[in-house]
Structures are given as structure tokens and as C-alpha cells.
Write a protein that binds this ligand. Structure first.
Ligand SMILES: [Zn+2]
Length: 383
């Protein structure tokens, strides 16, 4: 299958000026009105291009979910291509003024959320406009998610409904380490652990107290001993808060724990260990809440065929596609867990996600938009 769209077919200047607008509309996940402002703009562009849109009102305080859908024959049940993008970013409002001004330095374009993933979201929309104009074999649905950076809690159900109707999923999260795309992601589990002891005066009645902090400290060591680099298991106690004053034996201590797990069996084994943690002191109690947030995304055989196809298309465009596995979760974890062959990291190349040094390489925009368009145009269900 020859490539039909080349990087020269993409108007980079138009793409860049629109990208600047998208970055200027700051979209912290928790600010649903801000996320919706960007969704309005995306929707207007899609409609102008003759694409159908569908908006699912926000839930749990998050913004709306916007779907852009290619035309499909009436009554067609054909499983299509699902593209996943998100409009929210981790950066608080004002970051663009304070810490990460929008600016170009050589090939690098800096700005909040530019790499993760306003560039990818815009590239997907642009590619879809081209693909819809030229005619795709399969229906294409492009979803703009409002709450990916907080675990997609309000949109997981919608993503999974679309995934059940998809033959392939393409996720436009940022590319890694020099343009590599993501073919597997670890699963993510999160726990909140509350340790309860007994308060007491530290000077006069220490013997009556049961320190929740001391018990929590033991648990931290126990939890972090589950780390196993060889098996790809990471366990991090990310926050800890306990006690009410210097001279009081602390009655409570609260911890937030993050786990990254390579596959379902490992996840089951490690989660069981976390959930059966028991304090040494019988006067201490613990409450453990949480579980898997994103299931592991392991590469399937069909996923490998999809990767090979994408690599051939990329070669036609003069780029070598390499696949990597990462510990970061994305909405691709949901589609892969449902058995949908999934490629991720198809967005722009750059670096500094979630930091004040976030940038993209401008030179990656046109060629990777062309790759997305060619994927949409060539996928036909026969890989
Ligand atoms: Zn992202």
C-alpha cells in the first residue's frame, strides 16, 4: 500500500498558528469551563470541515467529551478506527504567563501542554480532515477526552464503548526519545492507605500512645521492597501526611501509593500483597482503598501487525519507526485491555511532558500528521 499523503501536503504554517491558539487556551484538567472552551474551538473546526461531532456533557466536574466522526453509510456496523486524544493538561492556569511562555527557539516550540498533547490532538484532527476528504475504508472516530491527566475517570466508559466498535486504536500521546512510538504500557494501580494508632501526650503519657507514623514508616519500607526492576514492577509511596503536633503521639497517617505493573498476572500478585498488608502492632489498624486505574497494555500479535503496517508507511515518509514500552499510562491501556490492537505515542516528537521545559520539535509536525493520515486512509480491517 503506497503512501498517498506526504509531509509536503501538510500546511505547516496553518498547523502552527492553530497550535498556538490551542496552547493559549490553557486547559487544566480540573477547570472544566477552560477545557470546554478548547472543545468549542475543536468542534467548530471539525464542523467547518464537514465532519460530524457528538458531545457528551461532562461528568464528575470534568469537561465534555467531544467525538468527531467520519461519515459512514447508513446502517453500517463496520468496526472502525478509533483515535484517542485529550484536551486537558497537568499545568495550572497561568503557567503560560509565569513559567512556560509560548516561544520558539530553533526547532523547539515551548508551551504548556504542547507536547502532552495539544500538538498530537491537532495533528489527529488535521489528519482526519485529509482522510475524510480522500475517503477511508473504515469509519474513523476521533475522541477528545477532558480528564486523561487525572485517570480518565469520567470518560473511561465512553472510551470503552467506542473501543468495542473499533478494529484499531491509535493514540496521539507524545512520541518518546527521538520519535519512538509506544507499543506497550504498564498498568497503573493507585492506593490510599490510612494508618490509625492512638493519640497521647508525648511527654506525660507516651506509653498510652500508638504511633501511626511509626507503623506507616514500616509499611513504606514493606511497600517499596516490592520494587523489582528486572520484572518491571515499580512501587512508590508518593505522599505521606501524619500527626497533629510535635508533642502528640500521632493517631493517623495517610499515604498515597502508585504502582506500575507490566502484565495482568504480575498485577494480581502484587495487588494481593498490597491489600493484605498487616501492621505488626495489634493496636494499629489500616484501611486500604484503591486498585487498578489502568490495566496493563501488552503488545498482542494483532498489535504487532498494526505496528509493522505503520512502520512501512513511516518508511515511505522517510522515517524509521521504533516501538518502545513505557511505564506511563494512557487511554491506550483501556483499548488494548479490550483486545483492540493499539498503537500509542503517535503525536509530536519533543520532550519535557509535565514540566516547565515542555516542547515539541516543529519539524516532527508535518511528517507525523502525514503518517496519521496515511494510517487512517490505509487501514481496512485486513491486517
Ligand atoms: Zn497525555
Amino acid at each position: 500500500m503506497p503512501c498517498t499523503i506526504s509531509a509536503a501536503d501538510i500546511d505547516e504554517a496553518v498547523l502552527l498558528s492553530e497550535l498556538n491558539h490551542w496552547v493559549e487556551i490553557e486547559t487544566p484538567t480540573r477547570d472544566s469551563a477552560a477545557v470546554n472552551r478548547l472543545a468549542d474551538r475543536v468542534e467548530a473546526i471539525a464542523r467547518e470541515a464537514g465532519l460530524a461531532t457528538e458531545r457528551t456533557p461532562g461528568a464528575l466536574g470534568f469537561g465534555d467529551i467531544l467525538a468527531v466522526r467520519s461519515p459512514r453509510p447508513a446502517g453500517s456496523n463496520e468496526r472502525g478506527v478509533l483515535i484517542l486524544a485529550h484536551l486537558d493538561t497537568v499545568h495550572p492556569m497561568g503557567t503560560i504567563k509565569e513559567n512556560l511562555p509560548l516561544r520558539q527557539e530553533g526547532d523547539r516550540l515551548y508551551g504548556p501542554g504542547i507536547y502532552d498533547m495539544k500538538s498530537g490532538a491537532l495533528m489527529a484532527l488535521e489528519a482526519m480532515k485529509i482522510a475524510a476528504r480522500d475517503g477511508t475504508h473504515l469509519p474513523v472516530d476521533l475522541l477528545f477526552i477532558p480528564d486523561e491527566e487525572m485517570g480518565s475517570t469520567s470518560s473511561r466508559g465512553v472510551i470503552e464503548n467506542y473501543a468495542r466498535n473499533a478494529s484499531y486504536a491509535l493514540v496521539v500521546e507524545p512520541a518518546r526519545d527521538g520519535g519512538k512510538i509506544v507499543v506497550a504500557r504498564k498498568g497503573v494501580a493507585m492506593y490510599d492507605i490510612l494508618v490509625r494508632g492512638r493519640a497521647s501526650h508525648a511527654g506525660t503519657r507516651p506509653q498510652d500512645g500508638r504511633s501511626a507514623i511509626r507503623a506507616a514508616a514500616r509499611l513504606v519500607l514493606e511497600l517499596e521492597s516490592l520494587n523489582d526492576a528486572q520484572r518491571g514492577i515499580t512501587v512508590t509511596v508518593g505522599t505521606i501526611h501524619g500527626g497533629t503536633g510535635r508533642n502528640i503521639v500521632p493517631a493517623e497517617c495517610h499515604m498515597q501509593v502508585d504502582l506500575r505493573l507490566p502484565d495482568d498476572e504480575t498485577a494480581a500478585e502484587i495487588l494481593k500483597k498490597v491489600e493484605s498488608l498487616t501492621p505488626v502492632d495489634p493496636d494499629i489498624t489500616i484501611e486500604i482503598k484503591g486498585g487498578v486505574n489502568r490495566p496493563p497494555f501488552a503488545q498482542s500479535e494483532a498489535g504487532e501487525r498494526l505496528f509493522d503496517h505503520a512502520a512501512r508507511l513511516a518508511a515511505d515518509l522517510g522515517i524509521t519507526l521504533e516501538g518502545v514500552s513505557t511505564g506511563g499510562g494512557s487511554d491506550g491501556n483501556f483499548t488494548a485491555a479490550l483486545g483492540v490492537p493499539t498503537l500509542d505515542g503517535l503525536g509530536a516528537d519533543g520532550a519535557g511532558a509535565h514540566t516547565f521545559d515542555e516542547y515539541i520539535f516543529v519539524s516532527s509536525l508535518a511528517v507525523r500528521t502525514a503518517l496519521l493520515a496515511n494510517l487512517m486512509l490505509t487501514l481496512n480491517g485486513d491486517l
